[in-house]
Design a protein around this ligand. Structure first.
Ligand code: ADP
Length: 215
């Protein structure tokens, strides 16, 4: 079963491809951003602390992230046998702590999907999403800041996971079906797809189909 980390700058498609992967593997989708937004919407003290960071496009401190995410990851992995972590980890300290946590609980990640697209494409997708969904952090200034935070804090994770031999780099500047076909091939070759999907042949991307309009 797949235990995947989706590593991607804002706008490269981690929401879309996480949902697709969840649909085709049965592994639980855990979106750090969605969980944080739910906490903010709840209006709790924790939510107010979180909002102070997310509104500016800054990362939420590691302690808060672990407090919110860790129980969900453990429960989801127990329930489905796998996970698709969308938006976590995003810093080297988070990655190292997650690796320790994974080793302790026999939940070590076996795939890291690194999605890329040219910066101007990322910005234009996020501005489109702003028009569609009205997310408060999808304004031009905050988008630029989130991209800078990605380059500084999250990009170093690419080499870390490449060194562990579990990284797949995929350009998303092309049709979603092509990205999904490459993803499916790579996961199948590693024995990480459930048997039915792995045997579904060359037209699997068409049949897999679900193209969800999210970034
Ligand atoms: P995007 O990738 O488009 O920025 P997300 O929904 O994944 O969107 O994240 C939204 C915001 O939530 C981030 O800008 C950040 O403030 C916060 N966030 C999400 N994941 C993390 C994380 N792992 N560590 C710290 N902050 C996070």
């Amino acid at each position: 079963m797949v235990r995947a980390i989706m590593l991607s700058p804002p706008g490269a498609g981690k929401g879309t491809h996480s949902e697709w992967l969840t649909l085709h593997t049965g592994a639980a989708h855990i979106s750090a951003g969605d969980m944080l937004r739910a906490e903010v919407a709840r209006g709790s003290d924790l939510g107010r602390q979180v909002a102070a960071y997310t509104e500016r496009g800054d990362l939420v401190p590691d302690e808060l992230i672990f407090r919110i995410l860790a129980p969900a990851v453990v429960a989801a992995a127990r329930h489905t046998g796998g996970y698709v972590l969308d938006g976590f980890p995003r810093t080297m300290p988070q990655a190292l702590r997650a690796a320790q946590f994974g080793a302790d609980l026999a939940l070590t990640s076996n795939a890291v999907i690194y999605l890329t697209a040219p910066e101007e494409e990322l910005v234009s997708r996020l501005l489109d999403r702003a028009r569609r969904d009205g997310r408060t952090d999808d304004t031009l200034g905050v988008i630029r800041h989130r991209l800078a935070v990605f380059a500084k804090e999250t990009a170093p994770l690419v080499d870390y996971y490449r060194g562990r031999g579990i990284l797949l780099e995929l350009s998303t500047d092309r049709p979603e079906a092509e990205v999904q076909a490459d993803l499916l091939d790579w996961l199948s070759a590693r024995g990480l797809m459930p048997p039915v999907a792995a045997e579904s042949g060359p037209d699997h991307a068409d049949r897999a189909g679900a193209t969800l309009p999210r970034t």
